[in-house]
Ligand binder design. Structure first.
Ligand SMILES: [Zn+2]
Length: 282
């Protein structure tokens, strides 16, 4: 098999959570997470690739067989906190307890080994970098929790665009950013991947290939759900504009993802990437 260097990896990932559970009355709306997760799993099987699922503890407890299925198909299962509370709303000791609960729920549901973490809403910033030591204390080895730019919600503006070693030896793999006029946006993630013009996204993919940095993405079960009934998304300050974007172009995601795969950026799990990087540096 041809050896692919670590940096030429498409780090495709799903943040497995149910935003419906953050609404006042979740049972009013249809449960859609298992259906959408299966659609992602079917697509991954069709293209013969493995990726990483960052899973909240509450999802692992609600759908243990789904998490078992993900793990048994060879995908990586990693942490996304127990119930999706951003890091700046937790103290270090609360976060430690939260993460312990998250890890044990994942293992109980069938995850083989838990090595990675993604903060809810990329809430790992210069103010919450104490979190790295907690990750290390609980035996994790990497994080992909930083959005290295200014952002209306969270962001770590001067982090830089490349993966780097953080306190406790944790490797932080920041999400891929692209320049759009005055804005710097995570072009291969959720809303942005759906809403930005596709030729501009491809330009960013080519730049990563040229510069030898991994393509770091994030998607959610709802990102592909064009049939979902509409409600105001929690956590976006009741903004009608953001809510419009939350539902925009969901039917185009797989078509666009197929377009990225045709560009020859082989997919891999985050933990494989971390391993490869380690052996290349040794
Ligand atoms: Zn999330």
């Amino acid at each position: 098999m041809l050896h692919t260097p670590a940096e030429s990896t498409f780090l495709f990932s799903i943040d497995l959570e149910d935003i419906r559970l953050r609404l006042d009355n979740p049972s009013r709306y249809e449960e859609r997470v298992p259906l959408n997760t299966h659609r992602f799993l079917d697509w991954l099987r069709r293209i013969g690739q493995k990726c990483t699922f960052f899973v909240t503890g509450d999802m692992a407890e609600l759908y243990p067989s789904l998490i078992g299925e993900i793990a048994s198909q060879g995908h990586e299962v990693a942490c996304h906190t127990y119930d999706h509370i951003p890091l700046d709303k937790q103290t270090p000791s609360q976060f430690k307890r939260d993460l312990e609960k998250n890890i044990s729920a994942l293992l109980k549901a069938g995850a083989v080994k838990v090595e990675g973490f993604r903060a809810p809403i990329f809430s790992l910033t210069s103010q919450t970098q104490w979190a790295y030591q907690v990750l290390a204390d609980l035996g994790l080895v990497y994080s992909s929790s930083v959005l290295p730019a200014r952002n209306p919600f969270y962001g770590w503006e001067d982090f830089g665009f490349k993966p780097r070693r953080m306190p406790g030896g944790i490797l932080e793999i920041p999400v891929t950013m692209g320049h759009f006029g005055p804005l710097v946006l995570p072009a291969v993630g959720g809303v942005y991947f759906r809403a930005l013009p596709f030729p501009s996204i491809k330009r960013i993919v080519r730049r990563c290939q040229r510069e030898g940095i991994p393509l770091v993405s994030y998607f959610h079960p709802y990102d592909i759900d064009a049939e979902q009934e509409r409600y105001m998304t929690p956590g976006i300050n009741e903004s009608r504009f953001y809510n419009f974007l939350m539902y925009f172009n969901r039917s185009k995601v797989f078509e666009r993802l197929d377009g990225i795969m045709r560009m020859g950026f082989p997919m891999g799990t985050y933990s494989e990437y971390v391993e490869k990087l380690k052996s290349e540096m040794a």
